[in-house]
Structures are given as C-alpha cells and as structure tokens.
Design a binder for this molecule. Structure first.
Ligand code: SF4
Ligand code: SF4
Length: 336
C-alpha cells in the first residue's frame, strides 16, 4: 500500500486537479461542508477545504442508500419500464471510520446474492477516503465498542492529520490511481495497523452480557417501560443511524405513467409491522425499541459476527427525549 505525505496546500491542489478533470474521466469530489449551520457532504465548491473534515450530521450511507430514490419509471399498462441507476463517479473525502464501517455492514445485506443493483451501482462508482478522527465528538463511542478512530474499516484509503502534514494511505488500486499521477508516494507500508496511534484506555460496553440477556428481556420488563414513557417514536434515531437500512417501495402514478420509489422505513413506526387484518405484532413503543436492540445486538452479531452499531453517536445527538443508547445497553445487560 502506498503512503503519501502532503502539506495541506498540496493536498488541496491535488484534490482540485482531480475535481476539475472533465468527462469521460470526471470524478465528483464530495466533502463535509458547513452550510447554514449544518455540516453535510456536498460536492466540493472548490472554495472551502476544511482539512479538519467535521463530522456530517447525516451519515455517508445516504450515498449508497438515499432516504428517497427513484428505482424506475414505467408505463401503467406494463408495456415499458426504465430503471434508473446512479453511476456518478465520486470520491467521498473525510468519511469518519465509523461511517466507513457502515458500508461494510450494508454490503453484507445489499451485495449478498441476489444483490441489489441500485446499491451495487453506487458502490462500484464511489470511493471512500476516510479521515482518522483527531478527537471524538461529544457522543461518539467507537472505542467503547472495541473499535478505534483511526481504523480503515473497509475504506479505499485513510487520511491522517499530522499537524503540518497530511498522510494518505491508499489501500485500493482505484484510489491509488487517482493520486499517483500527481505525487510520488513517500513509502510503501504493509498494513494500515502500522499507522495506528497507541490504543487508548476505554471502558467497553457489556456487549457479551447484552447478547445473552436480550432474548429473555420480555417486553413488559421495567427497562422497556422506562424507555416507552420517554420515547416519542419519531424514528429520527433510525433515519440517521448509518447501519439502519429498512425501506419501503411505493408507486406514484401520473396518468398513464408512473415511478417506483424506495424510501426509508423504520421499525420504530407502528405502521412498519401493521398487518392487513389490522393486527399489529409490535403495537407498543416498548416492543419496537426491543426490536431495535435485538436487531443491532443479537441478530446482526449472530449473522455477521459484528454488532449493528458503529458508535457514531448520532442517535444520541438527535433524540428529542435524550435517550442514550449506551445507557440502554448497560441497563439491558444488567451491568448498571
Ligand atoms: S430518536 Fe429518541 S424519541 Fe425518537 S424514536 Fe428514537 S429513541 Fe424514540
Ligand atoms: S445505533 Fe446510534 S450510535 Fe449506533 S450506529 Fe446507529 S446511530 Fe450510531
């Protein structure tokens, strides 16, 4: 793997050159940028380059699974249809390692056989240049999950802020090919591990205890009741969660033509499990919260060996009821 070393100015210049290449080789550079007080990934305006790469409020998952996307257009009589694939070539610069890890988790769902062609098209045309977090945000807890802020987590490359220099580890050939025409690598390294900072002490969350206890925590236990009395069921926690990936499909018809949409859905909404008969197997908020925990900390580890949470802290940031998933984990695991 090639390791590059640039001054911030040189990095910006190279990125500018990459961003200005025209069709057919064009690559759109997306960066976290603050507009009207909100940090979001946006196409780089070639003006502001903040090499602190602030953490966007919305996860990078939106590039692979947007909140709403048109899958296809159709004639109502079934005589014709046209699928829509997003094939923009892009590089996402400054993705936090926890968000890069998300994509690994989503791959297991959307690239498993049979793979999702809309997701696959985006994966094949999008490069992820992650940024090792210099310091955690207020509610981040990747270390408490045994992870770390300078992990590669499946990204195409990893950028480090070394004060007056930026170091870029190009892991995949596709990312290396973008930078190599502009700069000689400083050196080759065998493993991303060589670049990691010494491990910092962290109090790990009791994931093993949680895994064991979750199935036995029946919905009417005191733990769930406490959550139900405060959770308003807004669904913000799962819409902003980088690993939540439930969706709904609907058709919108305009006379003789129409379009098929895929939009986020969430197990935090009552309608998610409402059956045609009117019966709802998860009719209360506490049953829905239990499902959320079961999915992330029981079913996903059973299927993949990984928990379905990256510790990004967004659900804590956004919850209007100030529910902190770390507290819920400790309470459900019986360690508090
Ligand atoms: S963001 Fe908070 S209040 Fe809204 S559904 Fe999630 S836990 Fe409940
Ligand atoms: S559950 Fe919360 S902390 Fe975990 S990945 Fe989802 S939003 Fe981030």
């Amino acid at each position: 793997m090639n390791l590059y070393s640039f001054s911030p100015d040189r990095f910006e210049q190279i990125l500018r050159e990459i961003a200005q290449v025209m069709l057919p080789q064009a690559v759109t550079v997306y960066l976290p940028q603050e507009v009207d007080g909100e940090v979001r990934f946006r196409p780089w305006d070639l003006v502001t380059l903040d090499t602190r790469f602030p953490r966007p409020a919305r996860p990078a998952k939106e590039f692979f699974l947007p909140p709403a996307e048109t899958l296809l257009y159709f004639r109502r009589d079934g005589s014709a249809q046209k699928e829509v694939f997003d094939t923009e070539r892009r590089i996402l610069v400054g993705v936090r390692p926890c968000d890069a890890k998300t994509v690994q988790l989503l791959d297991r769902v959307f690239l498993a056989d049979p793979s999702d062609p809309y997701y696959r098209a985006r994966r094949e045309t999008t490069l992820i240049l992650a940024f090792a977090c210099p310091q955690p945000e207020m509610n981040c807890f990747c270390r408490e999950l045994g992870d770390g802020p300078d992990r590669l987590n499946g990204a195409d490359g990893l950028l480090f802020d070394r004060g007056d220099r930026l170091e870029l580890l190009a892991v995949t050939p596709a990312l290396d090919e973008l930078f190599r025409p502009h700069e000689h690598p400083a050196r080759e390294i065998a493993s991303a591990q060589e670049l990691r900072a010494p491990e910092q002490e962290a109090e790990w969350l009791p994931l093993a205890e949680l895994f064991e206890r979750l199935p036995g925590l029946i919905p009417d236990s005191r733990l769930w009741s406490r959550i139900e009395s405060t959770c308003v069921g807004c669904g913000a926690c799962s819409y902003l969660c980088p690993t939540c990936h439930c969706f709904d499909i609907s058709d919108q018809v305009y006379g003789r033509v129409g379009k098929r949409l895929r939009t986020y859905d969430t197990c935090m909404f009552p309608a998610y499990t409402l059956e045609a008969s009117g019966h709802n197997p998860r009719s209360s908020g506490l049953e829905r919260w239990r499902q959320r925990l079961m999915h992330k900390f029981r079913y996903t580890p059973e299927l993949t060996g990984e928990v379905g949470c990256t510790g990004c802290g967004r659900c804590i940031d956004c919850c209007p009821s100030k529910i902190d998933i770390r507290e819920v984990i400790r309470n459900a695991a019986g360690t508090r």
